[in-house]
Design a binder for this molecule. Sequence first.
Ligand code: ADP
Ligand code: MG
Ligand code: ZN
Length: 608
Amino acid sequence: MGNAKQPDKKPFIAYVIGVIVIMLLLNTFLVPAIVRRNIKEVDYSTFLNMVANKQVEAVQLDSDYITFTDRSSPSNFYRTATFEDPQLVERLEKADCTFGRVVTETNPILAFILSWVLPLVFFYGIGIFLSRRLMSNMGEGFGGGNPMMSFGKSGAKKYVPSTTSIKFQDVAGEEEAKQLLQELVLYLHDPQKYADIGASCPKGALLVGPPGTGKTLLAKAVAGEAEVPFFSIAGSEFVEMFVGMGASKVRDLFSQAEKNAPCIVFIDEIDTIGKKRDSGALSTNDEREQTLNQLLTEMDGFDGSKGVIILAATNRPDVLDPALLRPGRFDRRIPVELPDLQGRIDILKVHAKKIRVAYNVNFETIAKTAAGASGADLANIVNEAALRAVRMGRKVVNQEDLQESIEVVIAGYQKKTRVLSEKEKLIVAYHEIGHALVAAKQSNSAPVQKITIIPRTSGALGYTLQVDEGDKYLMSKTEILEKIATFTGGRCAEELIFGSITTGASNDIEQATRLARAMITQYGMDDDFGMVALSTQNNIYLGGDSTLACSPETAKLIDDTVVRVVREQHDKAKKILEDNIGKLHQLAKYLYENETITGEEFMSILEK
Ligand code: ADP
Ligand code: MG
Ligand code: ZN
């Protein structure tokens, strides 16, 4: 692959040529001027006088000049124009001069150092400095190696394959993804077997899923299972300051991979370079486009039977360039979804192995409470629990640690230092009970698990935790409406009890509105609009914001309907609270005094 690197050396060669030219110029003009500065011009009669007085030691006879030295101080040079003088030799002999030989004006070694070695060192230094600057500008740590040789080498880094010890068993849940990847592992174990039949293995697989679900982990596990080298690079590392550098990095990566085959190349967050190329004429990004093109070319170019597999991960599959996804490139799409209940239990257990856990910890309860948590969240929960155990001076992690750290990870750190005024605390207590009571009095709401009015660093002054039994994939219209009613319940309680309202409901309002809007524009649950998609979902794996796709008149109608839906639910919630005002007071008082109540306590007071 020697010729693949040819273009990288161009800047280096240009630099060397530049240095040589500059040094030649210096040596012809500047250095002689400096070195000969202490030559004294004298006239011929002075010369003859000095010869007669035996002051002259060595004499060099050139065609134009006579150069000579002073006997008493040999570093003083004199020069005089040549003169038609037939007696010159005789005079010189008489005065005991050495003559005719070349007189070196300075120490030859010194002259050499001055005119060649010093400038070379100087330019070498500048070269290093420049190449360092370039590299650091591009965000490249460039330790080791010969800096001069790497100057201008497009910042391409040496890709060092790593072998990981991560195995499939370290990835819990995600059975489907593991099964799909298993075939790649088998292939990497014995590429020849596939080549013999003539089957070409998939060149690439794309791991797709929300953040923190273990995509990176799975890729590493494939390498660990197949016991082959693993080249890992983030998509953002290809994005360079100069056009063409990203592309040359891609070239480098693939040539390295081919040398190390069988191996795995893993490009994390590939959406940074793999975005659709036509996305908006305003921001044409030549560099990114070139990099992507190079990637496409490399993927086509290399021999599939060699045993190089390219894995990539993204949470924005919708923005990827279609060319990346066509057969022969990342034609396999492996979904890596948020874990279900069993998956969450398994993930908790995998991570709990790394810490000391009390024997009686019930992972199922923890997993149930942490609905919607990703693998990364769960790993974080386990770690927070261990930290808490240490803080508490215990040697093992118990149930309470885990329970508490769910709240840490999901709701932010419990903030004991923030003190609410008594009045504020009372308002928050009524607000939260308002949510819980409305939820409990509706038939399809998830049961209340916990209510607290201890402020969190996330800014929430209190919250009501509702936990569904098992996992839910479908929501009925009634459930959505009841959810909206539950969201408005907090504000309703404030209105009822205090006659005024506070800012504490802003998050509730946002969520209620979002639900109502989605109900109409996405789920087709409004009778007036029917089953018409009025909005398009953008990045489904990243929170999923949506844009309206309808006429301005319809948009106005939608707004009106959203207002109507939320108001109806608000009225319903208010009615529920009015009917149960005794319980509202009783529960709010209890919460105010205890700050935290569990679902069971809540239900027992409610049913008493
Ligand atoms: P992403 O999908 O964003 O690439 P990562 O693979 O980086 O997520 O996951 C981050 C961390 O979360 C992992 O290092 C691991 O500790 C934990 N994790 C995520 N999913 C799982 C899983 N299925 N099993 C075990 N640990 C997981
Ligand atoms: Mg990742
Ligand atoms: Zn609220």
